[in-house]
Write a protein that binds this ligand. Structure first.
Ligand code: ATP
Length: 235
């Protein structure tokens, strides 16, 4: 098991956003957390990556508790996040944005090889490497955010709503790329409101509702589940 989240509770002041959530992610899997707006998905990711502290519960990564570690240490240990809304750095070029992803790495040859890997996977980033990242389209910015996260050479990639706001053609491409990232050996925890896409590529999934996990299963099982069909798949 690569990541084990156990009885995690996270609050914003008096708001209980996450209320005792437990789930795990095995090495090599794509695991999807799905759920409506406000279910607590983003809060869980932010807590795993050290941007928020839990009120209680544990996050165990590679056998060690990380819920009280600093985010920089968590990145250095191999967890990298593609944030909701991309958060690329405007005013910096595409290449400079990618460099930010590799900021903590000391293995120069590895970094060089990973630029080549990212440019091969996202040819549009190669074409636009010297362009201001702010001038990219939404889909291209999503690719840049993914490329930047990959430059940290993560073992576990956390992805927050990668399909949000994208045209269908880009959405398909993004999900293809997530599967390719898995094939290359990176484990993925994927948060999505696009439940049908997320579950169709997931080995396993969890359904989150107002801070609690209400269902879990393989991607296939959840796609076929009546409750999931009604609440998240529009039928
Ligand atoms: P979305 O898809 O909209 O991001 P989500 O499932 O990721 O939804 P969260 O963003 O984790 O949900 O929010 C969970 C709960 O915490 C919601 O009730 C939300 O209103 C609340 N919340 C989120 N951020 C804050 C904040 N900064 N201050 C107070 N409450 C917050």
């Amino acid at each position: 098991m690569l990541l084990q989240v156990s009885d995690l509770a996270v609050n914003y002041g008096v708001i209980h956003a996450v209320k005792g959530v437990s789930f795990d992610v095995n090495e090599g899997e794509i695991v999807s957390l799905i759920g409506a707006n406000g279910a607590g998905k983003t809060t869980i990711l932010k807590t795993i990556s050290g941007l928020m502290r839990p009120a209680s519960g544990k996050i165990i990564y590679e056998g060690k508790e990380i819920q009280n570690k600093k985010s920089q240490k968590i990145v250095a240990d191999g967890i990298s996040q593609v944030p909701e809304g991309r958060h690329i750095f405007p005013g910096l070029s595409v290449l400079e944005n990618l460099q930010m992803g590799a900021f903590l790495r000391k293995d120069r040859d590895g970094v060089k090889a990973d630029y080549a890997m990212v440019f091969e996977r996202f040819p549009v980033l190669k074409e636009r490497r010297d362009q201001d990242a702010a001038t990219l389209s939404g889909g291209e910015q999503q690719m840049l955010a993914m490329g930047r996260a990959l430059m940290a050479k993560p073992k576990l990639l956390l992805m927050d709503e990668p399909s949000m706001g994208l045209a269908p053609i880009f959405i398909n491409e993004i999900f293809d790329i997530i599967q390719a990232i898995k094939k290359q050996g990176t484990t993925v925890l994927l948060i999505e409101q696009n439940a049908s896409k997320a579950l169709s590529i997931a080995d396993r999934g969890y359904v989150l509702s107002t801070g609690n996990i209400i269902l879990s299963g393989t991607g296939k099982e959840l796609l076929a589940n009546d409750e999931v069909q009604k609440a998240y798949l529009g039928g």
